[in-house]
Design a binder for this molecule. Structure first.
Ligand code: UTP
Length: 294
Protein backbone atom coordinates (compact mmCIF):
# COMPACT_ATOMS: atom_id res chain seq x y z
CA UNK A 1 0.00 0.00 0.00
CA UNK A 2 1.19 3.48 -0.76
CA UNK A 3 2.29 5.88 2.00
CA UNK A 4 0.22 9.07 1.94
CA UNK A 5 1.14 10.84 5.17
CA UNK A 6 4.32 12.08 6.80
CA UNK A 7 4.75 13.12 10.43
CA UNK A 8 7.32 15.86 11.06
CA UNK A 9 7.99 16.64 14.74
CA UNK A 10 9.21 20.22 15.24
CA UNK A 11 8.12 20.70 18.87
CA UNK A 12 11.57 20.51 20.50
CA UNK A 13 13.09 23.49 22.34
CA UNK A 14 15.93 23.96 19.86
CA UNK A 15 18.35 24.82 22.68
CA UNK A 16 21.42 24.51 20.46
CA UNK A 17 20.22 27.56 18.53
CA UNK A 18 19.50 29.84 21.46
CA UNK A 19 19.08 32.79 21.47
CA UNK A 20 17.78 32.68 17.84
CA UNK A 21 15.09 30.16 18.84
CA UNK A 22 13.65 32.61 21.40
CA UNK A 23 11.95 34.27 18.46
CA UNK A 24 12.17 31.87 15.49
CA UNK A 25 11.37 28.12 15.52
CA UNK A 26 14.56 26.16 14.84
CA UNK A 27 13.35 24.68 11.57
CA UNK A 28 12.22 28.08 10.28
CA UNK A 29 15.88 29.20 10.40
CA UNK A 30 17.30 29.31 6.88
CA UNK A 31 19.77 27.02 5.19
CA UNK A 32 21.09 29.88 3.06
CA UNK A 33 17.76 31.13 1.63
CA UNK A 34 15.28 28.36 2.50
CA UNK A 35 13.90 27.52 5.94
CA UNK A 36 15.34 24.11 6.83
CA UNK A 37 11.79 22.70 7.07
CA UNK A 38 11.42 23.23 3.31
CA UNK A 39 13.71 20.37 2.34
CA UNK A 40 11.92 17.46 3.96
CA UNK A 41 8.46 18.64 2.84
CA UNK A 42 9.79 18.92 -0.70
CA UNK A 43 11.33 15.44 -0.41
CA UNK A 44 7.99 14.07 0.83
CA UNK A 45 6.04 15.72 -1.99
CA UNK A 46 8.50 14.40 -4.60
CA UNK A 47 7.87 10.88 -3.25
CA UNK A 48 4.10 11.24 -3.63
CA UNK A 49 3.24 11.98 0.01
CA UNK A 50 0.07 14.07 0.12
CA UNK A 51 -0.31 15.20 3.72
CA UNK A 52 2.17 16.54 6.27
CA UNK A 53 1.34 16.30 9.98
CA UNK A 54 3.50 18.76 11.92
CA UNK A 55 3.86 18.10 15.65
CA UNK A 56 4.21 21.61 17.06
CA UNK A 57 4.64 23.39 20.37
CA UNK A 58 3.60 26.98 21.00
CA UNK A 59 4.84 29.94 18.98
CA UNK A 60 5.61 27.80 15.95
CA UNK A 61 3.09 29.28 13.53
CA UNK A 62 5.96 30.24 11.22
CA UNK A 63 6.40 26.58 10.23
CA UNK A 64 2.92 25.83 8.77
CA UNK A 65 2.58 29.44 7.57
CA UNK A 66 5.54 28.97 5.23
CA UNK A 67 3.51 26.40 3.25
CA UNK A 68 0.33 28.48 2.94
CA UNK A 69 -0.69 29.99 -0.39
CA UNK A 70 -0.34 33.80 -0.44
CA UNK A 71 -2.73 35.21 -3.08
CA UNK A 72 -1.74 38.88 -2.43
CA UNK A 73 1.95 38.12 -2.92
CA UNK A 74 1.15 36.05 -6.00
CA UNK A 75 -0.85 38.95 -7.49
CA UNK A 76 1.99 41.39 -6.78
CA UNK A 77 4.58 39.10 -8.39
CA UNK A 78 2.30 38.57 -11.38
CA UNK A 79 1.91 42.35 -11.83
CA UNK A 80 5.71 42.73 -11.75
CA UNK A 81 6.21 39.93 -14.23
CA UNK A 82 8.43 37.99 -11.79
CA UNK A 83 7.60 34.66 -13.41
CA UNK A 84 10.20 32.37 -11.81
CA UNK A 85 9.68 33.81 -8.31
CA UNK A 86 5.92 33.46 -8.76
CA UNK A 87 6.33 29.81 -9.79
CA UNK A 88 8.50 29.13 -6.73
CA UNK A 89 6.01 30.77 -4.33
CA UNK A 90 3.07 28.91 -5.89
CA UNK A 91 4.91 25.60 -5.69
CA UNK A 92 5.72 26.04 -2.00
CA UNK A 93 2.08 26.85 -1.30
CA UNK A 94 0.89 23.68 -3.00
CA UNK A 95 3.47 21.08 -1.91
CA UNK A 96 1.13 19.19 0.43
CA UNK A 97 -1.92 19.38 2.66
CA UNK A 98 -0.70 20.64 6.04
CA UNK A 99 -2.12 19.55 9.40
CA UNK A 100 -0.81 20.62 12.83
CA UNK A 101 -1.07 18.65 16.08
CA UNK A 102 0.06 20.16 19.39
CA UNK A 103 2.54 18.52 21.74
CA UNK A 104 1.93 20.49 24.91
CA UNK A 105 4.77 18.91 26.91
CA UNK A 106 8.13 18.10 25.33
CA UNK A 107 8.35 14.47 26.40
CA UNK A 108 10.66 13.31 23.64
CA UNK A 109 10.57 12.26 20.00
CA UNK A 110 8.63 9.02 20.64
CA UNK A 111 5.95 11.00 22.48
CA UNK A 112 5.85 13.57 19.65
CA UNK A 113 5.20 10.81 17.09
CA UNK A 114 2.51 9.33 19.34
CA UNK A 115 0.67 12.69 19.17
CA UNK A 116 0.03 11.97 15.45
CA UNK A 117 -2.02 8.84 16.17
CA UNK A 118 -5.46 10.23 15.28
CA UNK A 119 -4.18 12.26 12.34
CA UNK A 120 -2.46 9.21 10.80
CA UNK A 121 -5.07 6.56 11.56
CA UNK A 122 -4.52 2.91 10.68
CA UNK A 123 -2.01 3.14 7.85
CA UNK A 124 1.75 3.09 7.30
CA UNK A 125 3.33 6.54 7.44
CA UNK A 126 6.65 8.34 7.06
CA UNK A 127 8.50 10.27 9.78
CA UNK A 128 11.03 12.99 8.96
CA UNK A 129 13.39 14.70 11.37
CA UNK A 130 13.88 18.01 9.61
CA UNK A 131 17.38 18.54 11.06
CA UNK A 132 18.51 15.89 8.60
CA UNK A 133 18.63 17.49 5.18
CA UNK A 134 19.35 15.10 2.31
CA UNK A 135 19.94 16.46 -1.17
CA UNK A 136 19.64 13.72 -3.76
CA UNK A 137 18.26 13.20 -7.22
CA UNK A 138 15.86 10.54 -6.00
CA UNK A 139 13.97 11.34 -2.79
CA UNK A 140 15.35 9.15 0.00
CA UNK A 141 11.91 8.60 1.50
CA UNK A 142 10.67 7.27 -1.88
CA UNK A 143 13.29 4.50 -1.82
CA UNK A 144 12.36 3.75 1.79
CA UNK A 145 8.67 3.47 0.93
CA UNK A 146 9.60 0.93 -1.76
CA UNK A 147 11.73 -0.99 0.76
CA UNK A 148 8.76 -1.02 3.16
CA UNK A 149 6.46 -2.30 0.41
CA UNK A 150 8.97 -5.00 -0.53
CA UNK A 151 9.79 -6.23 2.98
CA UNK A 152 6.53 -5.50 4.82
CA UNK A 153 8.67 -4.17 7.69
CA UNK A 154 9.58 -0.73 9.05
CA UNK A 155 12.32 1.17 7.23
CA UNK A 156 14.97 3.32 8.93
CA UNK A 157 17.56 5.43 7.07
CA UNK A 158 21.14 4.58 8.08
CA UNK A 159 24.60 5.91 7.31
CA UNK A 160 28.20 4.96 8.21
CA UNK A 161 29.57 7.60 10.60
CA UNK A 162 33.00 8.35 12.09
CA UNK A 163 33.89 6.87 15.51
CA UNK A 164 33.58 10.22 17.30
CA UNK A 165 29.94 10.62 16.16
CA UNK A 166 28.81 7.20 17.46
CA UNK A 167 28.13 8.19 21.13
CA UNK A 168 25.71 10.95 19.98
CA UNK A 169 23.54 8.86 17.67
CA UNK A 170 21.22 5.85 17.48
CA UNK A 171 23.30 2.90 16.23
CA UNK A 172 22.02 -0.29 14.57
CA UNK A 173 23.29 -3.86 14.38
CA UNK A 174 22.80 -5.44 10.94
CA UNK A 175 24.91 -8.52 11.65
CA UNK A 176 27.52 -7.36 9.11
CA UNK A 177 25.08 -7.35 6.16
CA UNK A 178 26.26 -4.99 3.46
CA UNK A 179 23.25 -4.57 1.09
CA UNK A 180 21.14 -1.45 0.71
CA UNK A 181 18.30 -2.71 2.97
CA UNK A 182 19.85 -4.96 5.64
CA UNK A 183 17.65 -6.44 8.34
CA UNK A 184 18.27 -4.76 11.69
CA UNK A 185 18.81 -7.19 14.57
CA UNK A 186 19.58 -4.67 17.32
CA UNK A 187 19.41 -0.92 18.01
CA UNK A 188 20.95 1.17 20.75
CA UNK A 189 20.60 4.89 21.47
CA UNK A 190 23.86 6.83 22.03
CA UNK A 191 26.18 3.89 22.92
CA UNK A 192 29.78 4.26 24.02
CA UNK A 193 32.17 3.41 21.19
CA UNK A 194 33.11 0.13 22.94
CA UNK A 195 29.47 -0.97 23.25
CA UNK A 196 28.40 0.10 19.75
CA UNK A 197 27.53 -2.85 17.48
CA UNK A 198 28.63 -0.93 14.34
CA UNK A 199 29.22 2.55 12.94
CA UNK A 200 25.86 2.50 11.17
CA UNK A 201 23.81 5.40 12.54
CA UNK A 202 20.09 6.14 12.27
CA UNK A 203 19.38 9.29 10.23
CA UNK A 204 16.00 11.03 10.54
CA UNK A 205 13.85 9.22 7.98
CA UNK A 206 11.49 6.38 8.89
CA UNK A 207 8.60 4.45 7.36
CA UNK A 208 6.54 2.91 10.17
CA UNK A 209 3.36 0.88 10.53
CA UNK A 210 0.43 2.10 12.64
CA UNK A 211 1.23 -0.59 15.25
CA UNK A 212 4.04 1.69 16.49
CA UNK A 213 1.44 3.89 18.24
CA UNK A 214 0.30 1.11 20.60
CA UNK A 215 3.96 0.35 21.33
CA UNK A 216 4.83 3.99 22.06
CA UNK A 217 1.95 4.18 24.55
CA UNK A 218 3.81 1.56 26.57
CA UNK A 219 7.46 2.60 26.17
CA UNK A 220 9.04 3.46 29.53
CA UNK A 221 10.42 7.02 29.53
CA UNK A 222 14.22 7.27 29.91
CA UNK A 223 16.25 9.10 32.56
CA UNK A 224 15.15 12.58 31.41
CA UNK A 225 11.48 11.53 31.20
CA UNK A 226 11.71 11.33 27.40
CA UNK A 227 10.02 8.61 25.34
CA UNK A 228 12.56 7.46 22.74
CA UNK A 229 11.32 6.59 19.25
CA UNK A 230 14.23 4.14 18.96
CA UNK A 231 12.86 2.13 21.91
CA UNK A 232 9.47 1.87 20.21
CA UNK A 233 10.98 0.76 16.90
CA UNK A 234 13.28 -1.75 18.64
CA UNK A 235 10.17 -3.54 19.95
CA UNK A 236 9.33 -4.43 16.32
CA UNK A 237 12.62 -6.05 15.27
CA UNK A 238 10.89 -9.45 15.11
CA UNK A 239 7.49 -8.32 13.92
CA UNK A 240 6.98 -6.91 11.35
CA UNK A 241 10.80 -6.56 11.18
CA UNK A 242 12.91 -3.43 10.78
CA UNK A 243 15.19 -2.79 7.79
CA UNK A 244 17.96 -0.24 7.38
CA UNK A 245 18.11 1.87 4.24
CA UNK A 246 21.52 3.06 3.06
CA UNK A 247 20.70 6.23 1.16
CA UNK A 248 22.61 8.15 -1.49
CA UNK A 249 23.04 11.90 -1.68
CA UNK A 250 24.44 14.80 0.30
CA UNK A 251 23.45 14.70 3.97
CA UNK A 252 23.69 17.66 6.34
CA UNK A 253 22.77 17.70 10.03
CA UNK A 254 21.41 21.24 10.40
CA UNK A 255 20.48 20.61 14.07
CA UNK A 256 23.84 22.03 15.16
CA UNK A 257 25.10 25.54 14.40
CA UNK A 258 28.21 24.20 12.62
CA UNK A 259 26.13 21.78 10.52
CA UNK A 260 23.73 24.59 9.63
CA UNK A 261 26.62 26.84 8.59
CA UNK A 262 28.16 24.10 6.43
CA UNK A 263 24.81 23.37 4.75
CA UNK A 264 24.25 27.08 4.07
CA UNK A 265 27.69 27.41 2.49
CA UNK A 266 27.18 24.22 0.47
CA UNK A 267 23.81 25.55 -0.80
CA UNK A 268 25.29 28.93 -1.74
CA UNK A 269 28.29 27.31 -3.49
CA UNK A 270 25.84 25.49 -5.79
CA UNK A 271 24.38 28.79 -6.98
CA UNK A 272 25.56 30.00 -10.39
CA UNK A 273 25.09 33.65 -9.39
CA UNK A 274 27.01 33.44 -6.08
CA UNK A 275 29.26 30.37 -5.98
CA UNK A 276 32.36 31.93 -7.53
CA UNK A 277 32.25 35.09 -5.38
CA UNK A 278 31.74 33.03 -2.22
CA UNK A 279 34.60 30.70 -3.09
CA UNK A 280 36.93 33.67 -3.72
CA UNK A 281 35.94 35.22 -0.38
CA UNK A 282 36.56 31.90 1.42
CA UNK A 283 39.98 31.55 -0.23
CA UNK A 284 40.80 35.04 1.06
CA UNK A 285 39.77 34.03 4.59
CA UNK A 286 42.30 31.22 4.64
CA UNK A 287 45.19 33.60 4.12
CA UNK A 288 43.85 36.58 6.11
CA UNK A 289 45.23 37.15 9.65
CA UNK A 290 42.76 36.05 12.36
CA UNK A 291 40.46 38.83 13.61
CA UNK A 292 40.68 39.51 17.34
CA UNK A 293 36.91 39.03 17.95
CA UNK A 294 34.19 41.65 17.90
P1 UTP B 1 16.29 17.19 19.24
O1 UTP B 1 16.87 16.14 20.08
O2 UTP B 1 17.14 17.70 18.11
O3 UTP B 1 15.85 18.39 20.16
O4 UTP B 1 14.91 16.63 18.70
P2 UTP B 1 15.53 19.88 19.76
O5 UTP B 1 14.71 20.48 20.83
O6 UTP B 1 14.96 19.96 18.37
O7 UTP B 1 16.96 20.60 19.68
P3 UTP B 1 18.04 20.87 20.87
O8 UTP B 1 18.71 19.55 21.10
O9 UTP B 1 17.34 21.41 22.07
O10 UTP B 1 18.95 21.88 20.23
C1 UTP B 1 14.82 15.79 17.55
C2 UTP B 1 13.53 16.12 16.81
O11 UTP B 1 12.40 15.77 17.63
C3 UTP B 1 11.56 16.89 17.84
C4 UTP B 1 12.44 18.10 17.58
O12 UTP B 1 11.67 19.22 17.20
C5 UTP B 1 13.37 17.59 16.48
O13 UTP B 1 12.76 17.68 15.19
N1 UTP B 1 11.03 16.79 19.22
C6 UTP B 1 11.85 16.49 20.25
C7 UTP B 1 9.68 17.00 19.44
O14 UTP B 1 8.91 17.30 18.51
N2 UTP B 1 9.21 16.90 20.72
C8 UTP B 1 10.01 16.57 21.76
O15 UTP B 1 9.49 16.47 22.89
C9 UTP B 1 11.36 16.38 21.52
Amino acid sequence: MTVRKAVIPVAGFGTRFLPATLSVPKNALPVFDMPSIHFCVEEAARAGIEEIVFIVSKNQEAIPRYFEALPELERALEARGSVSTLDMVRRIGSLAKITCVAQTEQKGLGHAVLMARDAVGDEAFAVFLPDDVIWSERPTIGGMIEAHQRTGGFAVAVKEVADEAVPNLGIVDVGGESGRSPRIVGMVEKPSLEDAPSNLAIIGRYVLGAEIFETLENVEPGALGEVQLTDGIAAHLERPGVFGYRFEGEHHDVGTPLGMLKASIAAALKRDDLGDDLRAWMDGLRTAPRAAGF
